[in-house]
Ligand binder design. Structure first.
Ligand code: ADP
Ligand code: MG
Length: 703
């Protein structure tokens, strides 16, 4: 028997939880902290001192030597700068570790090297981190020792957001305020806030570390830039939900334990569709904590993989020809007195509050489809969205049979008389129970699907922070709620007014509903007919941030200023160009130093063989043919390599960041594909023993 895991004991052991605070803080201090967590406000410095001391004592008891303000700059990953608790020794030379309230609440990292998109000139380096009291502090343990991590927001000297958390917190407040207006209209006087909840399902690949280290493309770009398909792909679908192999199982076990210690509720795990691909989902929680926790999940996945001799790939498309990885962002809104605004109940046609919320979400998603699309774009996700794989780049909503039927009744006749019910599913086996059937089947091809009591936004990339997607969801829905409340609060006859408004919104925005196969070509044509945007790349999507419509939305709710939006757009262009540039340089390096030399020496041994066979008086036509074929491909590869090099060297002469990003997308990216093609063909022609890097077969079938 293996050692018994006591999950109840380890869960949250590395987190400064509420229960630990309660234990360690004087009652009045604990109460003040709770109040600010729930209602906002500022801690007094005196209180902060008390909290800081308790936090430090707990951390030190658990081996911590340093603390850090842990934040999420616009690089998409987290940042930390460690400070030790070491203070001036006293007169007798004794060390008393220190951590003050001031140090807890505010930090000032030198911020000049984080992307700011022109918001901050490099000489104005000041950036501040501020404690996010709503997300718990935790301990991180690695080779650097134990570090107390304090989740913080990161702003410039002038108060502009330089991170992902600040706008998220702003958007959560906005949607809470506007959603409260909606529930008040329906007589809910108890709720004091509405909380956005998020549960992200995280997909990932695991590859053997030794093999990973033999591939520069995986090391520098996180994805394969060359690679012919293996004889077997995912066509048998034998990996999805398949038995989990020992090595992977032991990884998953360690990963769960690490996450539980950090207070992350790792819940489900399974093999995904592609070979070597897996998934982990935690239980949903407040959006802001879910975003922090997803960062921890990604970090921990990578860390634990190392211990098992593997590398975790979070890139959206590590391998061509097999499924890539995404993140399903499950999102809902609930009041603090327990009402999920997205719960239709058994008879949604009678649930007017739900229908109003649904109508508002339809309006929000239709009006801001471009923004929602943008919120899910990152460089790697261009290989999924609108490329050769799901989900499509077109935003649409899946409601399922039951709700679509209700919407149809409302739009056609103005009243919804009935709701389709699920009924029973007969198993036809007397020893098996008959199952209650959901009123609606699933649709895996929709980018934004209603799944019972939440929406599942499936476009987000596996490597990306989920912050942007949730900022956008909260903001666009806040706006629709606000518009609706503005009208309904003034209405003389609420019943009539709400009925008219639901019908109006649903009629106007019905075009966003699509229940069919989102992967089909017909849908692309149909969507075009409906006038729905089909934005195929990150570079094309970025402009959505600074349309008049977007600026008005974000400024109205104090989520982003125009300057912040412009800076974010700029950063996206820069990030895109830099990333593709790294990929192009990596391809050049691999082709020049590894692949072409290997093929050249192979042609030489082929030539020797041809001569030797001929000399021996035998027929050398097969050898000669192979040599001709390989040489032809080699020449193609060489020409493509030269073309790519020339194009890359021109990039620095291109004007604005936006123009440069388009150049990388249209010119460099295409030149990269032109190089890959003959190289992948060569891989299929030459002797495996001379191919200088591990193949797809080696990488994804032999983990
Ligand atoms: P699926 O069948 O789509 O995998 P699950 O029930 O496993 O759905 O949920 C997937 C994710 O959605 C999990 O993280 C889960 O906690 C989360 N989730 C469930 N209910 C809600 C909700 N009301 N709001 C937000 N997320 C939710
Ligand atoms: Mg799901």
């Amino acid at each position: 028997m293996s050692e018994v895991l006591n999950v109840e004991e380890i869960f949250g052991s590395k987190v400064f939880t509420l229960s630990k605070m309660k234990e360690r803080l004087p009652k009045n201090v604990y109460k003040e902290v709770r109040k600010i967590m729930e209602q906002g406000g500022e801690l007094s410095l005196a209180t902060a001192d008390v909290v800081a001391k308790a936090m430090k004592d707990w951390a030190v008891e658990n081996g911590a030597t340093h603390y850090t303000h842990w934040f999420q700059p616009l690089t998409g990953i987290t940042a930390e700068k460690h400070d030790s608790f070491v203070a001036h020794p006293d007169a007798e030379g004794r060390m008393l570790l220190e951590f003050s309230g001031k140090e807890l609440i505010k930090g000032e990292p030198d911020a000049s090297s984080f992307p700011s998109g022109g918001l901050r000139a490099t000489f104005e380096a000041r950036g501040y981190t501020a404690w996010d009291i709503t997300s718990p502090a935790f301990l991180k343990e690695d080779a650097a020792g134990v570090i107390l991590c304090i989740p913080t927001a990161f702003c410039s000297y002038k108060g502009e957001a330089l991170d992902k958390k600040t706008p998220l917190l702003r958007s959560m407040e906005a949607v809470s305020q506007q959603a409260l207006r909606i529930v008040r209209l329906f007589g809910n006087t108890e709720a004091t806030k509405v909380v956005a909840s998020v549960g992200p399902e995280q997909e990932y690949f695991l590859v053997d570390r030794e093999k990973y280290l033999k591939r520069e493309d995986l090391i520098f770009a996180g994805r394969t830039l060359f690679g012919a398909p293996a004889p077997k792909g995912q066509e048998l679908e034998d990996h999805y939900f398949g038995t989990i192999r020992e090595r992977i199982g032991s990884y998953m076990k360690d990963l769960n334990v690490e996450l539980w210690k950090l207070g992350v509720t790792a819940k489900t795990q399974h093999n995904e569709v592609a070979p070597a691909q897996h998934e982990l989902a935690p239980i949903y929680e407040t959006a802001n904590i879910a975003v922090d926790h997803n960062q921890l999940v990604m970090e921990t996945m990578k860390k634990v993989a190392g211990r098992h001799g593997m590398t975790c790939l979070l890139h959206e498309k590590p391998f061509a020809g097999v499924n890539g990885s995404g993140k399903h962002n499950n999102w809902s809104l609930g009041t603090d007195n327990g009402v999920n605004l997205l719960d239709p109940g058994d008879t949604p046609n009678e649930n007017i509050q739900f229908l109003l919320v649904l109508a508002c979400i339809m309006k929000a998603v239709d009006t801001h489809a471009d923004l929602l699309r943008q919120s899910a774009s990152d460089v790697g996700n261009d290989h999924r969205l609108g490329a050769n794989e799901a989900p499509p780049a077109i935003i649409s909503m899946f409601l399922g049979e039951q709700l679509e039927d209700v919407v149809e009744q409302l739009v056609e006749t103005g009243v919804a008389e009935h709701s389709i019910q699920g009924g029973k599913l007969m198993t036809g086996v007397s020893t098996l129970p008959d199952l209650d059937k959901d009123a609606t089947d699933r649709n895996r091809t929709s980018p934004f699907a209603f799944t019972g009591n939440k929406f599942e936004f499936r476009m987000v990339g596996s490597n990306d922070s989920i912050a942007d997607a949730n900022v956008t969801l909260n903001a666009i829905v806040a706006e629709a709620f606000c518009d609706a409340a503005d009208r309904l609060e003034k209405a003389d006859n609420f019943e009539m007014a709400v009925h008219d408004l639901i019908k109006e919104y649903m009629t106007k925005h019905r075009r966003i509903i699509f229940n069919g196969n989102g992967y089909s070509d017909e849908w692309v044509q149909e969507a075009a007919k409906r006038g729905l945007p089909n934005i195929r790349s990150m570079v094309e999507a970025s402009g959505a941030l600074t349309t008049d419509k977007a600026i008005a939305l974000f400024e109205k709710f104090g989520i982003f200023t125009k300057a912040e939006l412009e800076s974010r757009e700029e950063i996206l262009y820069e990030t895109y160009s830099k990333t593709i540039n790294i990929e192009a340089l990596t391809m050049i390096d691999m082709a020049r130093k590894q692949i072409l030399p290997a093929v050249i020496s192979y042609t030489r041994s082929l030539a020797d063989t041809v001569l030797a066979v001929k000399e021996a008086g035998a027929d050398a036509s097969v050898q000669a043919e192979t040599l001709a074929e390989v040489s032809a491909r080699l020449a193609e590869a060489k020409a493509a390599l030269k073309a790519l090099e020339e194009k890359v060297s021109k990039a620095s002469t291109i004007g604005t960041e936006k123009e440069k990003a388009f150049y990388y997308k249209d010119v460099i990216f295409t030149a990269m594909a032109d190089l890959r093609k003959p190289v992948d063909a060569l891989e299929m022609l030459v002797d495996k023993s001379v191919w200088p890097i591990p193949t797809y077969g080696d990488l994804i079938f032999e983990v």
